[in-house]
Write a protein that binds this ligand. Structure first.
Ligand code: ADP
Ligand code: MG
Length: 458
């Protein structure tokens, strides 16, 4: 068996990053110390940032695979923000797969299957192949149109003519109409340097040709030299995929080929079945590629937020999976202290079994000072385009110190809406006070429940 790699599409997981969009990295000096009071969107929390920085260097030097890190701290102390910063530091070539513990409880898929899939999303493979390509600067790009053969209105594309120039000369290629789509997807225009894979027809835009470098572009462009050699040649092509991408590309659509299951597939938008057998086979081939030097393993990060939501079955799976030769680095986050391991009657630190705890490096996040909270509120109001008076910000920071940073950050948007209703463009203390009286924070709510417990159903 050989595995398909050409058609592999990247299947990035939808990320819940909106509340952390201001986080651009860990904000560390070259010596690894945290830049204070703010850098890369991160405020304070210096010890945890420095520890995370060390973890990032270990991950980059591949000295951490099969190990795990636990971010532990009270709600709203920046655990998720830190994990996002780690992902930024690792850059786009290292897989980073975020998930929340509760995601494993789905009615359709087994818990361990959810974990396995995310494990494989977190393991990258850099594949280097010599491929036959056509490469050059685009000198011509003309779609060929014909009248619609079915007699309808409009025209259909029957082919595309592409002129490619290198230092050696120019060639004009007449290509299949299917290539027109990839040309459009890559937004190719005359003056770009591109290559077309001869076998798959995949088109890749390398950059803008040097010759056009005097143009005043609004966007930052990458300028590349005119390719050397012939237009038609062999070229080393580097492709970054994850094991999960390979699983998906090689899985067969579920079900038989009878009408009912075909209908089912159409309705359900093609669910594919990835079996253990397929994964084993893919691993075997991946290992062969690695031995042959064609591919290189890039262990990435699986981030499991709210890890206390996992149960003993999941923890057992994780322990075993981390033993495997192909394993990512797992980063957990939890706000639980000593608590019950789900699915058991056993208490354990952070609700995590001891044998897994044994593998962990623990990074603690500490509560913020009022000043830190003021900074963070400023950053978030900027990102969300919210105007807030200095007095209101300080008042809200006090609220945050008493309750939690998250609660304070969450009050920003409703306060803005209230300000608007009051005909103001800036949030003042008045709005913050009113909003605070309308919504309870977790602690206040818990207190109320305790005090008035007899009034609630049990
Ligand atoms: N040190 C920090 N610097 C800047 N923003 C932060 C920092 N810590 C937390 N935040 C922001 O505050 C909010 C709450 O933090 P979050 O990471 O969700 O806390 P946790 O995951 O520990 O409960 C988020 O919007 C987060 O991006
Ligand atoms: Mg969190």
């Amino acid at each position: 068996m050989s595995i398909k790699i050409e058609e592999v599409k990247s299947t990035t997981h939808a990320q819940r990053v909106a509340p952390h969009s201001h986080v651009k990295g860990l904000g560390l000096n070259n010596d690894g110390s945290a830049i204070l009071p703010i850098s890369n969107g991160l405020v304070g929390q210096d010890k945890a940032r420095e520890a995370a920085g060390i973890a990032v260097s270990l991950i980059k030097s591949k000295k951490l695979s099969g190990r795990a890190i636990l971010l532990a701290g009270a709600p709203g102390t920046g655990k998720t923000a830190l994990a996002m910063a780690v992902s930024q530091e690792l850059g786009p070539k290292v897989p980073f797969c975020p998930m929340v513990g509760s995601e494993v409880y789905s009615s359709e898929v087994k818990k361990t299957e959810v974990l396995m899939e995310n494990f494989r999303r977190s393991i990258g493979l850099r594949i280097k192949e010599n491929k036959e390509v056509y490469e050059g600067e685009v000198t011509e790009l003309t779609p060929e149109e014909t009248e619609n053969p079915h007699g309808g209105y409009g025209k259909t594309i029957s082919g595309i003519i592409i002129g490619l120039k290198t230092t050696k000369g120019t060639r004009t290629l007449k290509l299949d109409p299917s290539i027109y789509e990839s040309v459009q997807k890559e937004k190719v225009s005359v003056g770009d340097v591109i290559y077309i894979e001869a076998n798959s027809g995949a088109v890749k835009r390398v950059g803008r040709s040097d010759a056009y470098a005097t143009e005043h572009d609004l966007e930052a462009e990458e300028y590349v030299p005119l390719p050397k050699g012939e237009v038609h040649k062999k070229k080393e092509i580097v492709q970054d995929v994850t094991l999960h991408d390979l699983d998906v590309a090689n899985a067969k659509p579920q079900g038989g080929s009878d009408i009912m299951s075909m209908m089912g597939q159409m309705l359900k938008q093609k669910r594919t079945e990835i079996t253990d057998k397929l994964r084993k086979e893919i691993n075997k081939i991946v290992n062969k590629y690695i031995d042959q030097g064609i591919a290189e393993l890039v262990p990435g990060v699986l981030f499991i937020d709210e890890v206390h939501m996992l149960d003993i079955e999941c923890f057992t799976f994780l322990n075993r999976a981390l033993e495997s030769t192909i394993a990512p680095i797992v980063i957990f986050a939890t706000n639980r202290g000593y608590s019950k391991i789900r699915g058991t009657d056993v208490n354990s630190p952070h609700g995590i079994p001891l044998d897994l705890l044994d593998r962990l490096m623990i990074i603690r996040t500490l509560p913020y000072s009022t000043q830190d909270i003021t900074h963070i509120l400023n950053i978030r109001s900027n990102v969300e385009g919210i105007d807030i008076s200095t007095e209101a910000n300080h008042y809200l920071a006090d609220v945050g110190t008493r309750t939690s940073l998250r609660y304070a950050v969450q009050l920003l948007t409703p306060a803005k809406i209230l300000a608007k209703t009051n005909g103001k463009t800036t949030i003042t203390r008045e709005e913050v006070e009113e909003i605070e009286s309308l919504f309870l924070d977790a602690k206040a709510s818990a207190k109320l429940l305790r005090e008035q417990s007899e009034k609630y159903l049990k």
